[in-house]
Design a protein around this ligand. Structure first.
Ligand code: M6R
Length: 592
């Protein structure tokens, strides 16, 4: 979590950093700050709590001088949301400025050591130890670069760090576990947590590896050093094909609705896989002795759906494990195990930790990932890309259905039915077009009006629709803050039905395959006063509100979630919340 960006060039740094921070806000948005270095005025800092645009209205970031700078948008880990805890943090001698994403696990020990050497601390953060540790190392006679290298080597935990020193026209950076990517321009360079931060300036990038130390100097050179190898190293230069339009809202009020609408195309793009990689992955699945899907949040729900698809299409059992629970299964891993890690960002720390554990056992790693060059992408043996372009809204929408599309195609490929799988996914185009049309949105808006003041919403489904019920509940609660819970249709009566009372809404996902049983479950709810919202190909007399989704069999998980993505969006808007940045959340969860 937290977004960081640095700029060195010939233009005003504050303007570039400010725009970059707005694009990084999906990573954290409780406070923000910028430091710029001007040859005459020295280093200036502005920071405060709140959203980047609100802080700018108050403090006017854009008036800051200088052509070198660093900026940070925060998702609090250590210390409450206060101006003092906002980044950049400065050393006691007021010369070294640091921004940081991650957690310094041994900060208490470092802080005590520094306090013992006369350093004072003014925030509750772990980050404040870093500029002071650099100052401590500089007091031994080292220059800024060497002192920062030696300071970084003392840090435990995951971090991405940018630092500046008074009077030196350079930015130094280091990474371990938290994302960092360099953008190369003409007489200017960038370094940030993610590519959209500088995408409007350059598409030429270099990915930073763990334990890399980087210097962006005043001659517009970028030098990479390996802290482990203790020498300068070279890193490949890549060109990214994301467009800036993909990272902008266009005519939409919010990224969330834009990204929901994009699913007409993104499901098709996801189904357009490099065939040699897809077949290699399918063969690896067939050859493996034990296959694990590992993921978090919505990506986990996509995996759960896919386990049903694999069972039905490829007649295979896949173990589906929450990445944060994966360590409990480590004893079962062997070199014949195949781990398929699914992640939009490719930076979710629980997923990366699971992959590290699997690698220790020499298991093969496949990733299904959206962000090219992400840590997961780079650490896997084969990668299938989601191809959706950047997803800016904190909520997964288009990447969730893209994950489902890739996994469904993979199941068909394993079963020797690749062409059929591709054709079935292609057929969804028209259906998704209708499901995201203005008339569907108007219809769902009427439902949102009815539900906007409810305290609880339940969602149920059976078989393939069970993971859809889980995902629907997650979408509703994370953006509208209405409590929502998803169940298998058969489970509600084992306890939760006690919560159903007059008017309690329950969304019932149904299909030709599951209709008989799920309608019985819906009747049990209706008999206790529940308000039944049916998502199905055919209306049913027990539905109080009906959302039609044509039955597409095994691919129902892709289409049936879309109306509930729209409902979640509309509930958030009607209740006055920003759907793109729900409270307490960050898009990429890079802390444990
Ligand atoms: O980047 P990842 O796919 O690894 O992220 C996993 C979850 O953090 C993510 O799906 C999260 O649950 C979203 N808030 C869902 O909308």
């Amino acid at each position: 979590m937290c977004g960081i960006i640095g700029y060195i060039g010939e233009k005003n740094a504050a303007g570039i950093i400010y725009n970059g921070l707005k694009r990084l806000e999906y990573r954290g948005y409780d406070s923000a700050g910028i430091a710029t270095l001007d040859e005459k005025k020295g280093i200036q800092v502005k920071k405060d709590i709140g959203r980047v645009e609100d802080i700018n209205r108050k403090l006017d970031f854009l008036s800051m001088d200088g052509t070198v700078g660093i900026g940070h948008t925060r998702w609090a880990t250590h210390g409450w949301v206060t101006k003092e805890n906002a980044h950049p943090h400065v050393s006691n001698n007021k010369k070294i400025y640091v921004i940081h994403n991650g957690i310094v696990e041994n900060y208490q020990g470092i802080k005590s050591m520094l306090q013992g050497n006369g350093f004072n601390f003014y925030s509750e953060t772990d980050t404040e130890t870093i500029p002071n540790l650099i100052e401590f190392e500089m007091r031994k006679g080292k220059d800024f670069e060497q002192a920062t290298k030696d300071a970084v080597k003392q840090l435990d935990g995951y971090y991405a760090i940018l630092a500046m020193h008074e009077g030196e026209r350079k930015i130094v950076a280091a990474r371990n576990g938290s994302p960092l990517v360099v953008g190369l321009g003409k007489n200017e360079n960038f370094i940030a947590s993610d590519i959209p931060a500088f995408l409007e300036h350059t598409k030429t990038v270099m990915y930073v590896h763990d334990k890399d130390f980087i210097v962006l100097n005043g001659n517009y050179e970028v030098k990479f050093y390996s802290l482990q190898e203790g020498r300068e190293v070279s890193r490949p230069i890549h060109s990214v094909d994301w467009s800036i339009e993909q990272a902008q809202k266009g005519d939409f009020d919010h990224f969330m609705m834009k990204e929901i609408s994009e699913q007409v195309e993104t499901v098709q793009k996801a189904a357009n896989q490099d065939e040699s990689t897809l077949f290699a992955v399918a063969n690896a699945i067939k050859d493996a002795k034990g296959v694990f899907f590992v993921a978090c949040g919505s990506s986990y729900h996509a995996c759960l759906s896919a386990s049903y698809i694999f069972s039905k299409i490829a007649k295979m059992h896949i173990n589906v494990i929450l990445a944060s629970e994966f360590s409990n299964y480590e004893d079962y891993l062997t070199p014949q195990t195949l781990v398929i890690a699914v992640s939009q960002s490719g930076e979710t720390i629980d997923v990366l930790d699971a992959v590290r554990a699997a690698k220790r056992k020499n298991a093969e790693i496949i990733s299904i990932v959206n962000v090219v060059g992400s840590s997961l992408h780079r650490s896997s043996d084969h990668a299938l890309m989601l191809n959706t372009g950047p997803e800016v809204c904190v909520l997964s929408t288009k990447t969730y259905t893209a994950q489902l599309a890739v996994l469904a195609l993979l199941a068909h490929t394993v079963a020797g039915r690749y062409e059929e799988g591709k054709a079935r996914l292609k057929y969804l185009w028209n259906i998704i077009y209708n499901l995201t049309s203005a008339s569907t949105r108007d219809h769902i808006r009427r439902l949102a009006d009815k539900l906007k003041d409810k305290e609880h919403i339940f969602t149920i489904g059976r078989g393939l629709q069970y993971p859809t019920a889980l995902e629907a509940a997650l979408k509703i609660k994370e953006v509208s803050y209405i409590h929502a819970e998803g169940f298998s249709g058969g489970e509600l009566k084992h306890g939760t039905i006690a919560l159903i009372e007059e008017g309690t809404p329950c969304i019932v996902f149904s299909s030709k395959e599951t209709e008989m049983e799920i309608i019985s479950n819906a009747m049990e709810i209706k008999a206790r006063g529940g308000y039944i919202i049916g998502v199905n190909s055919e209306n049913n007399e027990i539905f109080d509100f009906f959302i039609k989704t044509p039955d597409v069999g095994i691919l129902n998980p892709i289409t049936q979630i879309i109306p509930i993505q729209i409902l979640s969006y509309q509930l958030a808007v009607l209740r006055g919340f920003d759907p793109d940045k729900p409270r307490n959340l960050a898009k990429s969860v890079t802390v444990k």
